[in-house]
Design a protein around this ligand. Structure first.
Ligand code: GCU
Length: 456
């Protein structure tokens, strides 16, 4: 009798779950109020590329998978089920179908070499450290340099933002003591010659790294050149950390072997390994941040490694915070064509077939729960689909609520330059284009003030 009743009850839960899966999250086009893309911009961008959709009205109807319905159709009804079953299941889906599978944990032979320590850097405002991480313990093997600035004099272990950078550590600040990046670099203007950084690029990207302001607010900043971990071009995974850690299957790479985004995220976790050994850094208060492709990376790092206490995505777009099923701006097919090395091989199966994906990016945001997560878009950055980024936050909320946390607390897209950050999910759409700006940093520091003060 009891068994029967139980069976009936679980069938009912299963049925409700299936209904939600097939109907509950459908057709979102036109759903958002508040911010809307400028009509003039939509027209201009649409003319430039007929292949790309920038028109909200042309977003296809779609159904999102429900983060709270398991692969077997059962509904996740409490925090324990989420932690013990569904979270791991979603993580595995992202590994198998999208970002690929990374080596697990800390490499056993990895070493840290603190080659620079100045307790009176930046005219006495900072402690500067530079650390070489040798992933295999070999000096001629793959490795990365971490540049760290902490407020001086350090009074207690400092909450720290960590982010990968595009132009080398030396490009974030004119401080001449920063070691020039040596790894392969994309041609980014006159400061890069033959794919190598030159002195000319020192401090070139400083507008995206308000170091002095960050220090004044009491935070540390740690940054790493992403090309140290894996050079950002498709060479069949012969360089960077792939070459050192790949385990070929049947003479080739497995279709779910890690791509470059997963490799960069793995590098961020190795930085946390270092932070755990540095008494000046509070490794329980690490916020991981990233812009654009490195915003996708920050999200994946936060999903894979729960040591990141706050996760921040700046204009990450397709393959980051934007819902793939909307096919607005950059699409799965387009990203796989332009950057065939970013994701695992399996992801290419979803080119033009987003509806077949067992996941969508709201589930990536949900993997941060109940930790604070912040997603930011830019008004002019339609390629990254601001509305799709907002909707991913919105549809991650059910998981936060299940875990007893307030999520976004906002059903509609907020107006321009009006950040939403009352709960554990923060969001803003700022004026201007695709960039990491001082305005963005201010919102992130405000968000960290809210959430880190209670963690001390
Ligand atoms: C391209 C790419 C985006 C990416 C961006 C960047 O625009 O299509 O997916 O986010 O580069 O990283 O700058």
């Amino acid at each position: 009798m009891v068994t029967r009743r139980l069976l009936t009850a679980s069938l009912a839960v299963f049925f409700v779950g299936m209904c939600l899966q097939s109907g509950g999250f459908g057709a979102e086009s036109g759903e958002s109020g508040g911010w809307k893309a400028s009509g003039e911009l939509v027209e201009r961008l649409s003319k430039r590329s007929s292949e790309t959709n920038y028109d909200e009205q042309k977003v296809p109807a779609y159904t999102l998978p429900d983060p709270l319905v398991g692969s077997d159709g059962s509904r996740v009804t409490d925090g324990r089920m989420w932690r013990q079953k569904r979270r791991g299941e979603i993580l595995e889906l992202f590994r198998g179908h999208m970002y690929g599978r990374s080596p697990v944990g800390r490499p056993k032979d990895m070493t840290f070499d603190v080659f620079d320590l100045d307790r009176k850097a930046l005219d006495g405002a900072a402690v500067r450290k530079q650390v070489t991480v040798s992933f295999t313990g070999k000096k001629d093997g793959p490795g990365m340099d971490i540049l760290i600035y902490l407020p001086a004099p350090p009074k207690e272990p400092v909450a720290t933002f960590v982010l990968l950078n595009f132009g080398g550590n030396h490009a974030i600040h004119p401080d001449t003591a920063i070691r020039l990046a040596k790894s392969w670099m994309r041609q980014r203007g006159a400061g890069v010659v033959d794919n190598r950084a030159t002195e000319k690029s020192r401090g070139r990207d400083r507008s995206s790294y308000p170091v002095e302001e960050i220090l004044k607010r009491g935070y540390g900043l740690a940054t790493i050149y992403y090309g140290d971990i894996d050079p950002d071009f498709h060479d069949g995974f012969k360089n960077g950390v792939h070459a050192a850690f790949d385990k070929p299957v049947g003479g080739g790479r497995a279709p779910d072997a890690w791509g470059s985004i997963a490799a960069w995220a793995w590098g961020l976790s190795r930085a946390v390994d270092y932070f755990e050994s540095d008494g000046d850094i509070d490794h329980k208060r690490i916020a991981v941040l990233g812009h654009s492709r490195l915003g996708k990376t920050a999200l994946w790092a936060g999903a894979e490694d729960e040591r990141f206490a706050i996760v921040i995505s700046n204009n990450s777009g397709c393959g980051g915070a934007a819902l793939s099923r909307r096919r607005f701006g950059e699409t799965v097919e387009r990203i796989n064509r332009s950057f065939p090395h970013w994701f695992c091989e399996n992801f290419k199966k979803y080119n033009g077939r987003e509806d077949k994906l067992p996941i969508d990016q709201h589930m990536l945001v949900a993997l941060m729960a109940p930790r604070p997560v912040y997603v930011a878009s830019a008004d002019g950055d339609l390629w990254a689909d601001p509305a799709g980024e907002f909707l991913a936050c919105k549809h991650a909320e059910s998981v936060y609520r299940l875990l007893g946390a307030e999520g976004l607390g906002q059903g509609e897209m907020p107006p321009l330059d009006q950040p939403v950050r009352t709960g554990k999910i923060g969001y803003h759409v700022r004026s201007g284009g695709h960039a990491l700006t001082a305005y963005d940093w201010r919102q992130y520091m405000g968000f960290a003030d809210m959430h880190f003060s209670s963690r001390r």
